[in-house]
Design a protein around this ligand. Sequence first.
Ligand code: BGP
Length: 457
Amino acid sequence: MIQFPENFLWGSAASAPQTEGHGSSNGKSPSTWDKWFAMNPEKFNQHQGPEHTSNVYELYEEDIARMQAIGMNSYRTSIAWTRLLPDGKTVNEEAVAFYRDYFQKMKAAGVEPIINLFHFDMPWWLMEKGGWEARESVTAFSFYAKTAFELFGDIVSTWATFNEPLVHIECGYLYEFHYPAIVDFKKAVQVGYHTLMAHVHAVKAFRESGVDGKIGIILNVTPAYARSDEPRDLEAKEKADLLNTKSFLDPCVLGTIPDELTALLKDNDLLPETAEGDKDLIREYTVDFIGMNYYQPKRVQAPVNPKTPAAMPEDFYAPYDWPEKKMNPYRGWEIYPQALYDVAMMMKQDYRNIPWFVSENGMGVAEEERFMDEDGMIQDDYRIEFMQDHLTELHKGIQEGSNCFGYHTWTFVDCWSWLNGYRNRYGFYRVDLEDNYARSLKKSGLWYKELSRNNGF
Ligand code: BGP
């Protein structure tokens, strides 16, 4: 039997834009996702957009009962900035009533709410002023953060500023997956820097708010694995770690931006514009904990395209294959649970053994109805095996002293995804889009209940 530490957090994660629905009603203003989807429906090639998602806005009370039913003692979701402050300044009282009731009911049910402030949903009004490219975004975000702490700080005691900040940076400014879908490394760096400063100012606002609780950030960091010990491959790994892992972990936990990163950006004429006093703020306002989203490792090799500029992303994303590589056959991502052990050790050795938790881990499956039995239950044994394998590695890291306090899956109820709609399902509960978002329990939910009850498996 594998046993986890006392008071271990068992639960799931999701986000406001992927679950709430009511994307253009109840006082909410549009985010980039609402606008982009409406402007360009053929790009998304799906019938469900961010307007509807899983209708948590109406179904949250029932959903909280479902959380309880499968033994969840915690749940992470986000506030929609565009719902709480539709124009960035004026509080939407309907949103306040919704979130207060949602968070209070969760707490009353023994499900600790972990509330995140930004999950890729940039307000459209701010995007029109440049979004994260503009320094104004830092002030706007810290005002939003301060407002949220004031309005919900009596209920919520665990806060996060951003989910996977690297994703809106690289997907928006390098890979064309998120709005504004451009390729411009210089802008990507500036966007990254403003995101970091928005985070730092939010931590400052939290410390000044007097809220009794802790604040952290949710990152997607995984150690990179080099194809070989050849110096060029190892150099690619170093660069990948620098750009993907240390870029946010170092300032958020250690209060410093790595010199090697500054040098890399400088050598490639990519240094961002900064403001006086930024460095001191970064040093002073570090986090209380880190959330770590882990799905798949980074396999890196030296650039294969000779034309790739020195600091371009090919260096940290060119993946490599080998015959034994284990893939998720239903979605197409590599499955490599051992990385969780490596992450645990990295946190212990390089990041002052700060408290951290696995804030997302999960297995997406396309056309999951094919695994439905005659009673209508999805028999997702593959997901149970996935969790067991990852938890085994995580447990090894905890045994060796890593300060991990929880394991959250992605996700609780099947939810809408940015570019795939409802194609890849991750939930413990299935959502039936043809039947008014009806939820039904999958086999993995039953397994999770036992896991949480026994605090191990
Ligand atoms: C994470 C995001 C989530 C979620 C998840 C699954 O990176 O934080 O928002 O979408 O990935 O990815 P996908 O929906 O693309 O399968």
